[in-house]
Design a protein around this ligand. Sequence first.
Ligand code: SF4
Ligand code: SF4
Length: 503
Amino acid sequence: MSARQLHTFRGGIRLDPHKRETQDLTSRALPIPEKLILPLQQHVGAAAEPCVKVGQRVLKNDVIAHANNYVGMRLHAPSSGLITAIDEYPVIHPSGLTAACIELTTDGEDLAPELNVADDLNTLASQAVYQRIAEAGIVGLGGAGFPAHVKVLEGTGQTVDTLIINGVECEPYITCDDRLMQEYPAEVLAGAALLARAIDAATCIVAVEDDMPAAMNALQSARPERIELVSIPAIYPTGGEKQLIKVLTGREVPSGLLPIDIGVAVLNVATVVAVHRAVASGQPLIERLVTVSGDVSEPGNAKVLMGTPVNYLLEQFGIDDVSEYRILSGGPMMGTEILNLAAPVTKTVNCILILRRELAEEPASACIRCGDCVPVCPVGLQPQQLYEATRTSDIDLAQDFHLFDCIDCGCCAYVCPSQIPLVHYFRYAKSSIEALDRDRAQADLARTRYEMHQRRISMRLESGPAVGVELADVSGLETNELQGDIRAAVARSNQRRRDDNGI
Ligand code: SF4
Ligand code: SF4
């Protein structure tokens, strides 16, 4: 184990870890569900575009939706079967709204084509690594859902001196990364070495919390070469990117900047294993480890196919009556309540947590200005001021108080004696502002289009009738830009008329 000097980050709290219930239990394999529901949006970035039709047969690992753009993400069939619908389905989201999904009815045969195995990982160019990660549809499996290939490409485009593999699961109950490191330590280290070479990082660290001794032992037994294994104190939220960087390097990521801007790349340990499988074996991301824990008699971790309905997963753990429970996706601090259990497990779901309602719910009362929320904030915000700003919908004030630096860790709400659900206010305010920004951007775009349209009409009026005009008729216009616009419009109009006339 490395003797690296560790630093502290501001704020944070010590929580009852609740890890013992699951961290020593081998992960289970589950039967293939009859239906898999695959949301087209499972990551930060544009939704994927289906490339299959209803009624089409697919094999396991087949691409069923393409990435739409650079930060887009492919989707693959997690098993073989028939595409039976492309429609709206419940998804895990605080709004409880539905989203576009592909429904795959499995055939139980799990037939798969041969995978594209890499010849030699040691000679694979960075571009090839990037390409194989993108083709495998890998997002950050720690919960953020940022496309992994984009992170790697940014890493190859900028100077990165330190690659941190985040094996810190600081949320209580969640042990899927702990189990992954215990069960697949060689893949963790091979993936870390592969990524460090691809982004040319001189230092590569795998960070593990000090309450995961078996994971650390497994990694040490796998004989890491040129990779530091570092055990760090279990203080929540050490697993946050910026907090982990501070602990391991002493560096601060300034507000508004990313780790890459200070020469650090951070990838979750499960993401690294998925990257290794994609690059070495051509294996797309179709399953992940998920912790099922909380107020249940037989908690554990399971290998879960993407698209598995949450109610199916609960059944496999012997949970059928959930009327007295809250079911969360994620941990108790940052998790999202699942409002419809037909919603599927997606790439970013690391835990399904079952909490008895009477334990989980406390009535909120007014803020008594005790200030307890201030010293625990790991970002150095003033949560009580943010609360006042968001409660009164004062968007400008909330942004002045750095609302968007809030990492939703929930430390402030955890210590609040008034039981105010502070994070709910902050999340709601952030999503409202983002929606407002999107609306404004769309309105600006519509206004620009309208103005261009009006300009074209007035130019046409000046230069004669638009319908049937030939390209030569617009040659006298003032600017090349307008000429180009009108030429294109006239060409489209002429083509439409030719099409209409069957020419
Ligand atoms: S939820 Fe936001 S405001 Fe509250 S402690 Fe965490 S970072 Fe600070
Ligand atoms: S901890 Fe709660 S009651 Fe105390 S100042 Fe913060 S928001 Fe108000």
